[in-house]
Design a binder for this molecule. Structure first.
Ligand SMILES: C[S@@+](CC[C@H](N)C(=O)[O-])C[C@H]1O[C@@H](n2cnc3c(N)ncnc32)[C@H](O)[C@@H]1O
Length: 285
């Protein structure tokens, strides 16, 4: 098959779901990944033929995109804080808001607290994107990530990086008694599930159909369940002079901050993301 023919067919089959512009970009990334060709290869060399051994992967990847599966799952990786993380459908695709949380930790909160080689706990680590970003940026830090999902922990612990690797373990954040033997941490960070069940109706189909519900949803009648747990965990395990930061549901900024105030943290603030939405709660000890 000519590359030109594949590209034209692929663009038109994706245009209905993604729009023309996004379809062009998706096909360009796909061909770049699978064939190693630039986005203009079919224009500059119109007779380029897709090698027979690459065609099945190209076609199966296209079918997955047409079904609405996110590009990152199809490719098996996602960019986060300048690094390429492995992802699978058992982990949330790392989000730009979470990148900003890592940057706030590295550029603002660690210097503010005078911490250069902190011990860090990442609760609900998923792909390990937060844990790895912090451990690779802070070679003297000791970083631990925890998640309830075996599949997520498998992804987190097999990320393709060398250097100061985090350690990962399985745990249920809602069973705090399991953590009694853990020590203190200078930094506690978490991006837990925070989307209310009733908010499903507002979400895009490709998130609902393909990203793990375990990573996203909380019951409407107890939407702060994970923040209650992070606050209780932090009462026991946050070292004096340390800080915590959590990513939050933008509709529940004040309520989430109140969870940490009620747990006894005096210095609690709600921070905004780049769109000006309440997106993080920071608490100091
Ligand atoms: C919103 S995702 C965040 C993943 C990753 N930290 C990120 O920012 O991309 C939430 C994670 O919480 C995990 N999780 C859900 N319930 C949990 C529980 N009871 N205890 C520990 N982890 C849990 C899910 O498996 C998922 O990986």
């Amino acid at each position: 098959m000519l590359l030109r023919d594949f590209i034209l067919t692929a663009r038109s089959s994706l245009a209905e779901l993604y729009g023309q512009e996004e379809a062009v970009s998706l096909v360009s990334v796909l061909c770049g990944e699978v064939l190693g060709v630039s986005s203009y290869a079919h224009v500059l060399a119109p007779e380029t033929v897709v090698p027979d051994d690459r065609l099945p992967l190209l076609e199966s990847s296209l079918s997955r995109l047409v079904s609405g599966e996110p590009l990152q799952y199809v490719l098996g990786h996602a960019e986060f804080c300048g690094r390429r993380f492995n992802v699978s459908p058992s982990v949330l695709i790392p989000r730009p808001e979470t990148e900003l949380m890592c940057r706030m930790i590295l550029t603002e909160l660690l210097p503010l607290c005078g911490l250069s080689s902190p011990s860090v706990m990442d609760l609900c680590t998923g792909s390990g994107c937060i844990a790895w970003t912090l451990s690779l940026s802070l070679p003297d830090a000791s970083v631990t990530g925890m998640d309830i999902s075996d599949e997520a922990l498998q992804v987190a612990s097999s990320q393709p990086f060398s250097g100061n690797a985090p350690s990962f373990f399985k745990g249920d954040l809602l069973r705090l008694s399991d953590f009694a033997s853990l020590g203190k941490f200078d930094v506690i960070v978490s991006n837990p599930p925070y989307v209310k069940d009733s908010e499903r109706a507002l979400m895009r189909k490709n998130v609902l159909d393909f990203e793990p519900g375990l990573a996203l949803f909380v019951p409407d009648d107890n939407p702060l369940v994970f923040y209650d747990a992070v606050a209780s965990f932090s009462v026991e395990h946050l070292a004096p002079g340390g800080f915590g930061i959590v990513e939050i549901n933008e509709a529940l900024g004040k309520e989430t901050a109140d969870v940490f105030r009620s747990a006894g943290f005096g210095n609690v603030s709600v921070r905004e993301d780049l769109s000006g939405k309440p997106r993080y709660v920071v608490f100091l000890k």
